[in-house]
Design a protein around this ligand. Structure first.
Ligand code: CFM
Length: 533
């Protein structure tokens, strides 16, 4: 029996029926294999997913540093999403010297506000934020009760705009919308597209310019990418949204190309900008030495500029010479190890490439909330069936801007380019993996524990919720979301940091060296009152 069947065998018939389509043990990779994704988690199962509000506030709009992002709801939602994601930011010229990322803004609704309505309290919170912080923009993120009681956050946003003459956006991103944080990404994308992108007119200064989409600067990843791109002579117009600002996002439509890091959280904007402005998007991955070199070369191929191509090669040669010894050393310590990765909707793909730089093979990869296209590639999008949960999330349609639409290539030229690089395309996670490997959608705590026992990877990358149970099972664990407060892991310098952290973790796996008390001490045995055992 393979690991997939061993795992499913432990489930009741009902759970089995649901989970069997969310778990793949890969067969020949060239055979298309489909997976069920983006459907409701089973009540009672300890899913690792977050909520829609988390996807909108925590992931996409939270990192914007010149915005006061106000959580409209009881204080818990604001408090627990305060400072827990390591999207670093620093005040700069673009943001007008503003950086509100370290703060937590909430309307702090009480029971009486739930009964009588919270709009007034929200407006008061906005007045206070305006007086104290003078942000460039206000964004209001709704929590569950807001939708239930019917507060109109869009109307409050409109009134804010009239009163203060700044941009204000209300997001109906109540936690219960959709099946995971993925719904919140979509809602946030819609707002940024509708109200921010295209409202500026500052053209890039350099002839080669890009936006980085789906890069949230966790642990400084975005800064390392920016550093490398700048060395290559490429201007980064805006970053969505790591260390980002509304002031920069406004001009995003003037960049020459959109680079897409995290496909899941931002593909809507990439697609809508393609339709509205003609901006192509290129799937890149700056996680991994080989992946970074490839992404830089792909960008050069896209722009097809001999000067850029040469400069990219020079930068790659120089950067590689600086990290060669470190990478070789860590590789010598790590080659032959195996890994499992459970992350949100993108990193389980990206990090496999970095792990393979060090000779580590990824044998299990799972996502919390990815859609089928993140696993199987965008070609299958037409096959994805809509259900009531997806339909609950607004899809906005944009049209080509009559004045500002501009395409660099014709459709035939783009098709030719697509044979070499992923322009307006993404092949997904599965092609990265080998036969026998496991792919798990919406993984849960039980499955994590069981797969650790049956597959026995040397190291397991996941999040804070499961990290400690994995470590206590004797398996090395590193956090894939927060990097255990280390990083950056992107680009050339980041790869060295990653190699160092993984080597340290694997060679000091303290929990595997201790005998836990339950193995050496007598166990307490109890009986159930009225039971016969
Ligand atoms: Fe994209 Fe992300 Fe991820 Fe994501 Fe996230 Fe994250 Fe993640 Mo945690 S945007 S899908 S909602 S790469 S917060 S920076 S690490 S689950 S794999």
């Amino acid at each position: 029996m393979n690991e997939k069947n061993k795992l499913l065998d432990k489930y009741s018939a009902k759970v089995y029926k649901n989970r069997k389509d969310h778990i793949l043990q890969l067969e020949a990779v060239d055979e298309a294999q489909s997976i069920a994704a983006n459907t409701r988690a089973i009540p009672g199962v300890m899913t690792a997913r977050g909520c829609c509000y988390a996807g909108c506030k925590g992931v996409v709009v939270g990192p914007l540093k010149d915005v006061c992002v106000i959580t409209h709801g009881p204080i818990g939602c604001g408090f627990y999403s305060w400072g827990t994601r390591r999207n670093k930011a620093k005040a700069d010229e673009d943001s007008g010297g503003k950086n509100f990322v370290p703060y937590c803004f909430s309307s702090d609704m009480q029971e009486s506000d739930i009964v009588f309505g919270g709009e007034k309290k929200l407006e008061k919170a906005i007045d206070e934020a305006m007086e104290l912080f003078d942000p460039s923009c206000i964004m209001i993120c709704s929590t569950c009760p807001i939708g239930l009681i019917g507060d109109d956050v869009q109307a409050v946003a409109r009134r804010t705009e009239e009163k203060y003459g700044i941009k204000a956006i209300g997001y109906s991103c109540e936690g219960y919308k959709g099946v995971s944080q993925s719904a919140g990404h979509h809602i946030a994308n819609n707002g940024l597209m509708r109200d921010i992108i295209g409202t500026g007119d500052k053209a890039p200064a350099k002839k080669v310019s890009v936006n980085i989409l789906g890069e949230y600067n966790i642990g400084g990843d975005g800064w390392e990418q920016e550093r490398i791109l700048k060395r290559c002579g490429i201007e980064v117009v805006s970053m969505f949204t790591g260390d980002g600002s509304v002031s920069a996002l406004k001009n995003a439509h003037l960049a020459g190309l959109n680079l897409v890091m995290c496909h899941r959280s931002i593909n809507y904007i990439a697609e809508m900008m393609k339709t509205k402005y003609g901006t192509d998007w290129l799937k890149v991955n700056f996680i991994g030495v080989g992946a970074t070199c490839k992404s830089l070369r792909d960008i050069a191929k896209y722009f097809n500029d001999p000067e850029l191509t040469q400069r990219v090669e020079d930068v790659i040669a120089d950067e590689l010479s600086l990290i060669y010894d470190d990478i070789a050393y860590y590789k010598s310590r790590l080659t032959g190890k195996t890994a499992g990765i459970f992350s949100g909707g993108s990193r389980s793909h990206h990090y496999q490439v970095l792990l393979s730089d060090f000779g580590i093979e990824t044998v299990i990869a799972g996502y919390e909330f990815a859609h089928r296209d993140d696993y199987e590639g965008r070609d299958i999008i037409p096959e994805i069936k809509e259900d009531a949960d997806n339909k609950n999330i607004e899809t906005i349609t944009v049209e080509a801007d009559p004045e500002r639409f501009h395409e660099k290539y014709t459709e035939e030229e783009r098709a030719a380019l697509r044979r070499e690089i992923e322009v307006d395309a993404y092949a997904g996670l599965i092609p990265e993996m080998d036969p026998g490997d496991l792919v798990v959608d919406d993984y849960n705590h039980f499955e994590t524990d069981e797969l650790i026992k049956s597959v026995k990877p040397d190291i397991f990358f996941s999040g804070i919720k499961d990290k400690y149970s994995i470590q206590k099972a004797g398996v090395t664990s590193r956090q894939m979301h927060s990097y255990d407060y280390s990083g950056p892991y992107a680009g050339f310098r980041g790869a060295v940091n990653f190699g160092r952290d993984v080597t340290i973790a694997l060679y000091t796996n303290a929990w595997a060296l201790v005998t836990p008390p339950w193995k050496s001490e007598p166990m307490l045995v109890g009986t159930l009152a009225g039971g016969d055992k």
